[in-house]
Design a protein around this ligand. Structure first.
Ligand code: FRU
Length: 490
């Protein structure tokens, strides 16, 4: 169904209880609803926003269009958790109810100050000729969860040469100063990140572009993020418009990181190495990080992509968030591990050790559609070793190590119903390790594969039949396998 502009800009308050009730019902009956991923009650979810720890709990907001699986007028939806595993839906946090955010409360971040949580976001407004006016806006949440918007945007004008694409403030503190990174497009279709400085989060001074050798890639850099760890500076970006290069950059848009020296905020200089994709799989975009009270850096991504449909659209909802990943900076790169807290979900374990010899094999009780699984392939004497997930009649999602070409491969060409096939159904990345160690999270309609303690991650949504619940291990040579599968308490 084509959605008209009018339908996309219809607000949830205008819809009758009956009409919305029908949509809720339709979504509830969708066979692809997830069991432990954050997903919208109805409509479309996109970027994680305002990921933070405040007043003893984790807060995670997200971009939300309630009325259908399309990018319409955006709200911030609020979820809360004590452990990053069990989330409580709190409902709408920010609505598009002011002239400066009338066409969407766009992405942004949160930071605690004076016992309140400050939410900085982009107000997306359009005039009658559909010209866009982005501004950066502020709202404050108190300990009771009450949110008040500032009456006026705190950054009203965009810098010289920045087009209408000026959004997604990331706020953080360095010493006694606050900084705000904003994703932007410069005239001439160049992506960039600009930054501002403030002493109080309200009065902002424009400092300039972050000077990086990555400039020249992409026409718009969305959702910048930045943190330091072990003396390194890490910038995360979602650049739009990078050309694919062999195994790299094959999704419609990418999300990745630059790692280097800490940014010199006096001059805005960032010295760093090359751009590395955060996820080697399919749907992954606009991630956001936060630092928890114990000092861990945690990332959550949008398990979706702009401009690509989702099979569940037909049931009135689209997309979810990824599981939280802990980020570790070591050896000049990022390692991404599923947060430890997810172990709480584990039910009984089934473990098998087996010497695979030119075979494809399944094991009793090692199957399912919602589970965590670890698999270690050691003493590899083969050209290929791998695993098939959600296997059934004519269906399977295959992940393997191709030792001849030294690559990891994720193949979803037989995963069932798909979207975005025009971008290919196989993803690969370079891999040259002696062992293959997998930690895999499977939910009803997704797979997240962490390789060798977070060296690489492959994520994919899958729309496979519920009956396709098999797991198979395979090799064309010899390999020692140890695998454990846990059902999950969800
Ligand atoms: C990224 C993005 C952001 C924007 C938001 C709007 O997916 O386009 O740049 O703030 O989504 O929903």
């Amino acid at each position: 169904m084509e959605w008209t502009t009018e339908q996309r800009y219809r607000r949830i308050e205008e819809v009758s209880k009956e009409e919305y009730g029908k949509l809720i019902d339709q979504v509830k009956h969708c066979p692809y609803r997830q069991m432990y991923h954050i997903q919208p009650v109805t409509g479309l979810l996109n970027d994680p926003n305002g990921f933070s720890y405040f007043n003893g709990e984790y807060h995670l907001f997200y971009q939300w269009f309630p009325l259908g699986p399309v990018h319409g007028v955006k709200y911030w939806y609020h979820t809360v958790s004590k452990d990053l595993v069990h989330w409580r839906n709190e409902g709408i946090a920010l609505e598009p109810d002011r002239p400066f955010d009338s066409h969407g409360v766009f992405s942004g971040t949160a930071i605690e100050k004076d016992h309140q949580l400050y939410l900085m976001y982009t107000g997306n407004a359009r005039d009658k000729d559909w010209v866009r006016y982005p501004t950066q806006c502020l709202a404050v949440m108190n300990k009771e969860g009450k949110i008040m918007k500032y009456e006026e945007p705190v950054i009203k004008n965009r810098p010289y040469q920045v087009t209408e694409h000026f959004r997604d403030p990331k706020v953080f503190q360095v010493g006694d100063m606050y900084y705000c990174l904003i994703g932007a497009e410069l005239e001439g279709n160049q992506g960039t990140v600009v930054y501002y400085q403030s002493k109080d989060l309200v009065e902002w001074t424009y400092k300039g572009e972050v000077k990086t050798s990555f400039k020249g890639n992409g026409f718009m850099w969305e959702c910048p993020d930045y943190f330091t760890q072990n003396g390194k500076g890490v910038m995360i970006l979602s650049p739009q418009g990078m050309e694919s290069q062999g195994d790299l950059y094959n999704n419609i848009f990418q999300s990745g990181y630059l790692i280097g020296e800490e940014i010199d905020w006096q001059n805005g200089v960032f010295k760093h190495g090359s751009f590395v994709e955060l996820d080697r799989g399919f749907e992954f975009y606009a991630p956001q990080t936060m630092q928890d009270p114990s000092g861990r850096r945690i990332l959550v991504g949008w398990f979706g992509l702009p401009g690509v449909d989702c099979v569940s659209d037909e049931n009135g909802w689209a997309h979810c968030l990824t599981i939280p990943r802990e980020l570790i900076v070591e050896e000049n790169r990022l390692w991404q591990r599923p947060i430890k807290e997810l172990e709480q979900l584990r039910k009984e374990a089934h473990t098998v050790t087996h010497l695979l010899q030119q075979e494809s094999i399944s094991f009793e009780k090692i199957n399912g559609i919602v589970y965590e699984l670890t698999a270690e392939f050691t003493e590899i004497e083969a050209q290929v070793v791998g695993i098939k997930l959600r296997k059934g009649d004519n269906e399977e999602t295959v992940f393997y190590y191709d030792l001849i070409n030294r690559k990891l491969v994720l193949d979803r060409s037989k995963s069932g119903r798909t979207c975005g096939d025009e971008y290919g159904t196989v993803r690969k990345c370079h891999f040259d390790e002696k062992q293959l160690k997998l930690q895999i999270f499977v939910d009803v309609s997704s797979i997240e594969i962490f390789v060798n303690d977070g060296l690489e991650v492959f994520s994919t949504r899958i729309f496979t039949k519920i009956e396709s619940a098999g797991i198979e291990f395979f090799t064309d040579g010899m390999v020692q396998l140890k695998t454990t599968k846990w059902g999950l308490n969800v």
